[in-house]
Ligand binder design. Structure first.
Ligand code: GTP
Length: 330
């Protein structure tokens, strides 16, 4: 079976990290998010995945030099301009000549879902498209999806005001689609799958959804990206430290991820944080709940910071909750 993975967005909410690394290539527990997604697709029988690329395609080609990830063959579809989610799916599917039922995955969603459950449900209902849903307690940041008892989608309720909607099922970012969905998108058209194509399919009663209680996280914001890494750490029961990282004498690393070639200085303290590949924490520095690609100077104390590849916190500084360098417009 074929899949399309949406990996061409700008990842603005994760800037400055995404200024150098596209969101789907950011590592969770030292494994790039898209590699985790590809493993889940492979388990469900996907043998070929089309990466729907736009913003920064080169790092993806470099990450998979032999055009494969595990047992999955990769095809690269690079949009001439951002086509939004439906435009990107249609562009990628046409580029790769997808000719039968296929899976679509958002490149920033991690879930314990067994995707074959959605495929089986899709086939049994005869749907044109099937969404995976997960329940959330406060759906105010999401669109709620209402179905009938058979799973047929009745309507989408866009981002209800906080406290205005009870717990509900939300779109969890994995879809199974028939090729007729591609035909709903004009060639080269810029269109949202969530806001335009799916509501059209509701009108034709051809959209179904399957809700499950699997673990699920949208890694698209600093807090959720950090939480996804903490889940990866908790899953193995200890910090995840790449063997090529350099750890100074007396350094303490608690519930954290330390990437390849990162440096943790002598006597430094890293707690609940992600130090990315080649990130640097100076001697005696303290990092708590941080996402660090750049450099934390010796003796600095940094809490809740997001430090991009070019970011530096000066030696001895005390900083909380900052993005460094600050993204434009913030
Ligand atoms: P923000 O800028 O922070 O909103 O992130 P995003 O636009 O990168 O991601 P969003 O959550 O809005 O989109 C969901 C998925 O679709 C992500 O995996 C994006 O990479 C991808 N995506 C969004 N827009 C496009 C697009 O125009 N083309 C392609 N190929 N992918 C897209």
């Amino acid at each position: 079976m074929d899949a399309v993975i949406l990996v061409g967005g700008f990842g603005t909410r994760l800037r400055p990290l995404t200024l150098s690394v596209p969101k789907p290539l950011l590592p969770v527990g030292n494994v790039p998010t898209v590699v985790r997604i590809l493993a889940g697709l492979e388990r469900a029988g996907v043998t070929r995945a089309v990466l729907a690329l736009g913003f920064k395609p080169e790092p993806f080609l470099a990450a998979f030099p032999d055009g494969r990830c595990g047992g999955v063959e990769l095809v690269y579809a690079v949009e001439p301009e951002p086509l939004d989610t439906a435009g990107a799916v249609a562009f990628a599917a046409r580029h790769a000549g997808i000719a039968s039922t296929f899976v679509v995955a958002n490149g920033d969603i991690l879930t314990g879902l067994d995707i074959s459950r959605v495929i089986d449900f899709h086939r049994a209902s005869g749907a044109e498209g099937t969404l995976h849903l997960v329940p959330v307690d406060d759906p105010s940041q999401f669109g709620v999806v209402e179905t009938d008892a058979t799973g047929r989608v009745l309507r989408f309720v866009e981002k209800p005001a906080p406290g205005q909607a009870a717990a509900g099922n939300v779109n969890a970012g994995t879809y199974v689609l028939e090729t007729s969905v591609i035909d709903r998108v004009p060639v080269g058209g810029k269109l949202s799958i969530e806001r335009t194509v799916f509501p059209e399919m509701v009108v034709s009663s051809s959209l179904f959804a399957l809700a499950t209680h699997d673990a699920w996280v949208d890694t698209g914001q600093p807090e959720t990206f950090l939480a996804a890494n903490m889940s990866a750490v908790d899953a193995v029961g200890s910090s995840v430290i790449d063997p090529s990282a350099s750890i100074g004498a007396g350094a303490v690393i608690e519930r954290s991820v330390v990437g390849a070639r990162a440096t943790i200085g002598a006597g430094a303290r890293v707690v609940g944080s992600v130090i990315f590949p080649s990130g640097i924490v100076g001697d005696g520095a303290v990092v708590e709940s941080g996402l660090v690609m750049g450099r934390i100077g010796a003796g600095a104390v940094a809490r809740g910071v997001v430090v991009g590849e070019d970011g530096v916190i000066d030696a001895g500084a005390t900083i909380s909750g900052a993005k460094i360098p600050a993204p434009e417009g913030s």
